[in-house]
Design a protein around this ligand. Structure first.
Ligand SMILES: [Zn+2]
Length: 600
């Protein structure tokens, strides 16, 4: 009968001493089968920039808005010059994607289902576009960020303007079947060893996460822009900002759930997306082996859900300023690629549309004149109006928007004063105060939205590459993942030109996933395993009574505790946090933990 015991602790520690980059366990198995198609030469640094929920029409709307507002008719978006194609966005079973599987496809080469954060989907045979592999169903899918860190020893960072476990930053750096489960996602992000994370989400942080972040050697700054601006890597800081940096690593969070919209942002209180991008590049570019940075312009999507054209436009303009920061660096550096993309369309904003009379003869003025005085997002106006007396509403509205409310509009606002939805996803579908304000903005412009929901259109792709090697044409989302794998120089990387429908099993990220996310019943085959779900996170216990030792493995942590009969505990660190999937009821963890066992 096959039986296994845990190895003595001394051997365990020796086994796990080599958990840094490029251990033998991380070499992709089967990589020799890679496709030697189009050679894309790796670049030292990769900056992946995603503007969430951005319909292509938003570019023209933002461009003409900026020209109109500044009078500079020569204005173009910085990203314009890098556009080289379009990307098809979809899930494994649905043409319109949710942000989580949308970003996951780019990060992992795996298509997921609604809500999946870098996970292999469960099969959905009636709807699947290709045969979803039942053997991988529910297994986490390794990301390019994880590959950059584990296989290439690169520094890694995330920059966003929403809570850090939100779909896009989470899909780069964590795994779970359900995107709104912030706690398990944030735990993984807190312990995995990101070199930096700038964004929002102080509400999500727990004391345990704060301790985990500190444990990676990172300084954590919460709602302190002065400390952020004066933070100097290498354990130095420029001034006495009250923060004691301990290393080159930095987390900086502003706001409990999201940063202010750019149009509302007060510079003395929060940094902009472009400022955070500049700081991230400055810090990460000190890495000898290069870096992978993900930057998300998170809130074009929010504006689209709210049907607020001003939010859409001003957020996209700020994303574009971040693109300029990144591409300016890349051009100067000469060894950096910048990828610019969206994850799906949203709201399909257009200049013109139904009801715009004489559109072929009207000047730009006719489109934007009515919203030229808007100085606040509809989101912010909700707070401003709720904070003032009813009789002050028309004056406050005029002060921040330049708009004289019509009697029917004032009536609508009054009716909806106390009916604000907390969930931004509801705004598009709910008659509430923010929706009312956004509708007034829209009515004063000659912009049109087709709705307030995700769309199935192709999205923009832009790339700056120092050798001009970039995908062109209309590509699949999984092809963009292949391109990033090529840029990172992953052994056996498939060519971006490979149009395989669905995940390509030769993608080296699959081999990495098999190393860092192996199912616990395979890793500990023959050992007694039990799952305790009574605590904050599920805990896997592994052991055999006759061995005298047992393992305690908490989900979403990168620590394994070896407990001996005498009560002493050794803590072993895994290469990536282990993941519990409640659907398969399995832990997915570092395969090298299997070396802790011996056959009897
Ligand atoms: Zn999205």
């Amino acid at each position: 009968m096959l039986k296994r015991l845990l190895l003595p602790a001394a051997i365990l520690i020796a086994l796990t001493a080599c958990t840094t980059a490029c251990t033998l366990a991380c070499t992709p198995a089967g990589s020799s089968a890679g496709t030697p198609a189009t050679k894309v030469r790796p670049t030292k640094n990769v900056i992946f920039m995603l503007t969430d929920g951005t319909s292509e029409g938003a570019l023209a709307a933002a461009r003409w808005y900026q020209r109109y507002m500044t009078g500079d008719m020569s204005f173009n978006l910085s990203l314009d010059q890098y556009i080289c194609g379009l990307v098809q966005t979809h899930e494994s079973d649905c043409p319109i994607t949710c942000s989580a599987p949308g970003m996951s496809a780019y990060m992992t080469g795996v298509l997921g289902r609604i809500g999946n954060v870098s996970m292999n989907p469960l099969p959905h045979p009636e709807h699947d576009f290709y045969p979803v592999d039942p053997d991988r169903a529910g297994q986490p899918a390794a990301t390019v960020l994880e590959a950059a860190r584990l296989l290439k020893g690169k520094a890694t960072g995330l920059v966003c303007t929403v809570t850090f476990p939100h779909a896009t930053p989470a899909a780069a750096s964590a795994h779970y079947p359900y995107r709104w489960a912030y706690h398990p996602l944030a735990l993984q992000q807190s312990c995995e060893g990101l070199d930096l994370l700038f964004g929002s989400g102080t509400d999500v942080l727990t004391d345990e996460m704060r301790a985990m972040i500190a444990g990676t050697g990172a300084t954590l700054i919460e709602d302190d822009v002065a400390a952020f601006r004066t933070f100097e890597p290498s354990g130095r800081k420029a001034s006495s900002a009250g923060v004691a940096p301990s290393s080159n690593r930095l987390w900086a969070l502003f706001g409990d759930d999201m940063t202010e919209f750019e149009i509302d942002r007060v510079d003395s209180e929060q940094p902009s997306l472009s400022e955070m991008t500049a700081k991230a590049i400055d810090m990460l570019s000190r890495s000898r082996k290069g870096f992978f940075l993900m930057v998300e312009g998170s809130k074009v999507d929010y504006g689209a859900h709210s049907k607020d054209p001003v939010e859409i436009i001003t957020e996209l303009l700020e994303f574009d300023r971040a693109v300029k920061v990144a591409t300016d660096f890349a051009r100067k550096d000469g060894n950096t690629t910048v990828v610019i993309v969206s994850d799906h369309g949203n709201a399909g904003i257009q200049i013109g549309g139904g009801g715009y009379a004489n559109y072929e003869a009207n000047p730009v003025d006719s489109i934007y004149y009515g919203i030229r005085g808007v100085k606040a997002s509809s989101w912010k106006m909700v707070q401003r109006l709720q904070g003032c007396a009813e009789r002050e509403i028309p004056a406050v509205f005029k002060e921040w928007t330049g708009i004289d409310l019509r009697p029917a509009e004032l009536s609508d606002i009054r009716k909806n004063m106390n009916r604000v939805e907390g969930d931004y996803m509801q705004v598009a579908n709910t008659w509430n105060l923010q929706g009312t304000i956004a509708k007034i903005y829209l009515s004063r412009s000659n912009l049109k939205l087709i709705g307030g929901d995700h769309t199935g259109e192709d999205v923009i792709l832009g790339v700056y590459n120092p050798r001009g090697q970039r995908p062109t044409g209309v590509i699949r989302n999984t092809q963009l993942n292949a391109y990033v794998c090529q840029l990172l120089g992953l052994k056996g990387a498939v060519s971006w030109e490979d149009k395989t429908l669905g995940p390509n099993p030769r993608n080296p990220l699959f081999a990495l996933a098999d190393e860092i996310f192996a199912p616990h019943d395979k890793v500990f085959e023959g050992l007694e395993c039990s799952i305790d779900e009574s605590g904050d996170v599920p805990v896997l216990r592994v052991g055999a009574a006759e061995a005298g030792v047992s393992l305690r493995i908490p989900a979403f942590h990168n620590t394994v505790e070896l407990e001996r009969p005498d009560g002493s505990v050794d803590v072993i660190r895994t290469k990536a946090p282990c993941v519990w999937n409640p659907d398969t009821r399995k832990f997915y963890l570092d395969r090298s933990l299997g070396k802790l066992t011996v056959k009897l």
